[in-house]
Design a protein around this ligand. Structure first.
Ligand code: NDP
Length: 243
């Protein structure tokens, strides 16, 4: 028996990195998956791997019309939603003295504002209950020099999760947070070998994580195997936040 047999899932940012690995894992466990991202070429590439149990809606999660089109498509095609992973997110380096209003608005616009409206729209379609797997970061609770705004945005995601656990449990909707440490995705493409080395030295398991390792945890939280878990946070960080 597949763990997500017959389930309908939305994964924003399902065309790259962690989101793509989650989409692959969910499809392999029997889910039908909708992904959204801005880059059509990446969506096409992802769909060519995901196969016939996935479809893509091209769009920007910060644009209300695009979000509305995504959930309208889910409603028309499947009539309901069981699982949401609001994974679209960005990270940019800016130490305190370099933070501008634009930097703040850009990061918060995607990681905090769009995440809120994605969840709000998704919940309307979770008529039979569901599971929301929020994507936080250990940067939301450990200091990371140069990533103050990013860390604050992920702290907001943790806070959402706790609040929505209280608001949505009555509707049979569970809300949990995955908080990855450094995971080797395109988000790390610009990171120098030197920074990678420094980071790796801070990780007890001695390496960056793989997107598939986050996807394994997402599967657990999305599936009925975690049916009595809500409001929880799971760190996937090789022990980095424990030291
Ligand atoms: P990627 O850069 O590989 O993926 C980011 C995804 O978000 C892409 O699919 C991108 O698609 C999508 N996205 C970004 N902005 C928008 C937007 N405005 N509208 C729609 N989609 C958007 O990075 P990761 O896979 O590493 O990151 C995924 C999540 O994991 C993020 O929330 C990130 O903060 C979190 N995370 C990552 C960690 C890491 O070390 N990699 C650690 C902790 C948390 P497109 O560009 O096509 O729009």
């Amino acid at each position: 028996m597949q763990k997500l047999q017959g389930k309908v899932a939305v994964i924003t940012g399902g065309n790259s990195g962690i989101g793509f690995a989650i989409a692959q894992r969910f499809v392999s466990e029997g889910a039908y998956v909708f992904i959204m991202g801005r880059r059509q070429a990446q969506l096409d590439e992802a769909l060519s791997v995901l196969g016939e149990n996935a479809e893509a809606v091209q769009g920007d999660v910060t644009k209300p019309d695009d979000l509305a089109r995504l959930f309208e498509t889910v409603k028309t095609r499947k009539g309901r939603l069981d699982i949401l992973v609001p994974n679209s997110g960005i990270s940019e380096y800016a130490p305190l003295e370099a933070i501008s209003a634009e930097h703040f608005d850009h990061i918060f616009g995607i990681n905090v504002r769009a995440t809120l409206f994605t969840v709000q729209a998704a919940v309307e379609l979770m008529s039979e209950g569901g599971s929301i797997v929020m994507i936080g970061s250990i940067a939301g609770f450990i200091g990371t020099a140069g990533y103050g705004v990013y860390g604050a945005s992920k702290a907001a995601v943790r806070s959402y999760s706790r609040t929505w656990t209280r608001e949505l449990s009555g509707k049979g909707i569970r809300v949990n947070t995955l908080s990855p440490g450094p995971i080797d995705t395109p988000m790390f493409d610009d990171v120098s070998d030197e920074v990678r080395k420094t980071l790796t030295a801070l990780i007890p398991l001695g390496r960056l994580g793989k997107p598939e390792e986050v996807a394994a945890a997402a599967l657990f939280l999305a599936s009925d195997e975690s049916s009595y878990i809500t409001g929880a946070e799971l760190c996937i960080d090789g022990g980095m936040s424990q030291v």
